[in-house]
Design a protein around this ligand. Structure first.
Ligand SMILES: NC(=O)c1ccc[n+]([C@@H]2O[C@H](COP(=O)([O-])OP(=O)(O)OC[C@H]3O[C@@H](n4cnc5c(N)ncnc54)[C@H](OP(=O)(O)O)[C@@H]3O)[C@@H](O)[C@H]2O)c1
Length: 337
């Protein structure tokens, strides 16, 4: 496949944009740079939208989910991250539908999806990718990831199967998620020509445990770290800092951050980060997202409504100076000095 290196283009206007509700007035797209992948394929946008918790995947929720994806595209987001497991396939189907509605959006979008950790036998991988392409209504995806390793299935089986789709052009680049250095090394051993382009990991100012051990390996092998949960489920946008109750689903899916033994300390650090943001006249979200960029990662935000897209892009549009990002790094690690 030939990589199409091009600068981000302003999105085409949606035919429905005239009917948009007054709460979401037209706002110009935000510029998002692209990153060349050592593993080839199209240049990878530096900021993306993840479609896991985007909607709660109920039929009632579908209109808002579509509006959120549509808003993201309209505002310049091109990287959309899905997975066969998200909403049991609804996420891929809805993304395909939204992109099909806007002329030019389907080929313009940078579409990523994943094979589930329990589908890593070659026949299962084939079924998964065929199913995903069908739901997404496309012939290929820009990046295809293994959602997570499965100790019961050797990567010697999975990687050649993935590489075969790469050679067929169904997958323009190959990546993994939640992989350790040992797993990355083992995966690379079973690719003959393709390279691992991406490792998608949980990564934000507060949660670095997954990344610290693999960062050097990824850097030296040109593997881009896609950072999921970059806003710590809204905490790094200021949510929950003033005592709002943390819903159970957030506690469940945000790793240890919201556990009662840790939360008070994290809230204190979060408030110190907010003070830093206020003192420097930048949104807290800017610090969270641009700290990740400074670490070489590409943040993959979540949002469950169009307004959050606008807020997060407003945060993205402001790049705090390095001294502020460095100070934030120290505060997030617990340095009070
Ligand atoms: N590979 C993996 O194993 C893996 C695991 C997890 C996630 N991911 C991917 O990474 C994506 C992002 O992860 P994430 O959803 O955990 O990221 P996140 O950006 O840290 O959290 C997103 C949530 O934060 C809240 N939020 C976002 N913007 C906000 C704002 N401006 N103000 C207040 N609250 C805001 C929303 O919560 P409410 O919806 O409650 O309002 C939103 O659903 C996922 O969608 C998925 O694609 C991958």
């Amino acid at each position: 496949m030939t990589p199409s290196a091009r600068a981000p283009r302003p999105p085409k206007a949606s035919p429905k944009s005239k009917k948009r509700a007054p709460s979401t007035p037209p706002t110009p797209p935000v510029e998002i740079e692209e990153i060349e992948l050592a593993g080839g394929g199209r240049p990878h946008p530096a900021l993306g939208l993840g479609l896991w918790a985007l909607g709660r995947w109920t039929p009632e929720d579908e209109a808002r989910t579509k509006a959120t994806i549509g808003r993201a595209y309209e505002r310049g987001i091109r990287w959309f991250d899905s997975a066969e497991v998200y909403g049991n396939g609804r996420s891929e189907r809805i993304l395909g539908e939204v992109l099909a509605r806007v002329p030019g959006a389907a080929p313009d979008a940078y579409v990523v999806t994943k094979v589930a950790w329990d589908h890593l036998r070659p026949a299962q991988v084939r079924a998964a990718i065929i199913g995903s392409l069908e739901k997404l209504a496309r012939r290929s995806v820009d990046l295809y990831l293994i959602h997570g390793p499965d100790a019961r299935v050797p990567l010697a089986e999975t990687m050649p199967a993935l590489e075969a789709f790469w050679k067929e052009g169904k997958v323009r680049a190959i990546g993994v998620s939640n992989f350790s250095v040992e797993e990355l090394e083992e995966a690379a051993r079973h690719l003959s020509e393709a390279k691992i382009a991406v490792n998608q990991l949980r990564y934000n100012l507060f949660l670095r445990d997954d990344v610290d051990p693999v960062q050097e390996y990824c850097r030296s092998h040109g593997i881009l770290i896609e950072a999921y949960t970059p806003l710590a489920r809204g905490l790094l946008h200021g949510r929950y800092l003033d005592g709002a109750k943390v819903p159970r689903e957030v506690r469940q899916f945000a790793h240890r951050l919201f556990e009662p033994d840790i939360l008070p300390e994290m809230l204190e650090r979060g408030r110190a980060l907010r003070d830093l943001a206020n003192d420097n006249h930048v949104p807290l979200g800017s610090i969270a997202l641009h700290w990740l960029r400074k670490m070489g990662a590409a943040p993959l935000i979540g949002a469950s409504r169009p307004q959050q897209i606008d807020e997060n892009l407003a945060a993205w549009a402001v790049r705090p100076p390095d001294r502020v990002l460095d100070r934030a790094d120290r505060i997030a690690r617990g340095d009070r000095a």
